[in-house]
Unconditional design. Structure first.
Length: 168
């Protein structure tokens, strides 16, 4: 005869599935940001640590949204920011903040791409390589990444809230 205590011991911990999905989601998103940084720093079969910003600045400038000083600054900073964001997502440090920052960054990307699409600009996206044309598929991909980032962020907040409720 099976007792209720035996059932409780053999059943998985409540909340194990959401935690597992959160870990998988943040690791996937982290690797995507790492790959985006890698694609901006390594292309044409060589590392471009000294001159990557020139190539990436052309992609940013093609959106025709920022003054040249901001284009140059973004071209220098964004790959390293994506690298740090990806690493922090993978290790899970400050997940509520990092998830929120990821969402904000993806919203900025989607906004810029939507504007370029509305204006009819036929440009390279600048997302993962210098040859990727901006199109509907690019917008769908980045929107999907935003959904993943939102899921990671909401999951991080809910798990933190659940942990605070259980411990009190």
């Amino acid at each position: 005869m099976v007792t209720p205590a035996a059932i409780l011991k053999s059943s998985p911990r409540p909340g194990a599935l959401p935690r597992t999905l959160l870990v998988l989601g943040r690791i996937a998103l982290g690797f995507i940001f790492l790959y985006a940084a890698y694609a901006k720093l390594y292309f044409g079969g060589d590392w471009h640590l000294a001159d990557y910003q020139f190539f990436f600045a052309m992609a940013i400038d093609s959106y025709k949204m920022l003054p040249m000083w901001a284009v140059e600054w973004m071209a220098r900073v964004l790959p390293w920011f994506e690298l740090a964001l990806g690493a922090l997502l993978i290790i899970g440090a400050g997940l509520r903040w990092i998830g929120s920052i990821s969402c904000a960054l993806l919203l900025v990307f989607i906004g810029a791409m939507t504007r370029a699409k509305i204006l009819g600009l036929e440009i390279n996206c600048g997302c993962f390589s210098n040859n990727e044309k901006l199109g509907t598929a690019t917008l769908v991909r980045d929107s999907s990444l935003l959904l993943l980032a939102l899921a990671v962020t909401v999951g991080a907040f809910l798990i933190k809230k659940r942990g605070a409720t259980v411990s009190s």
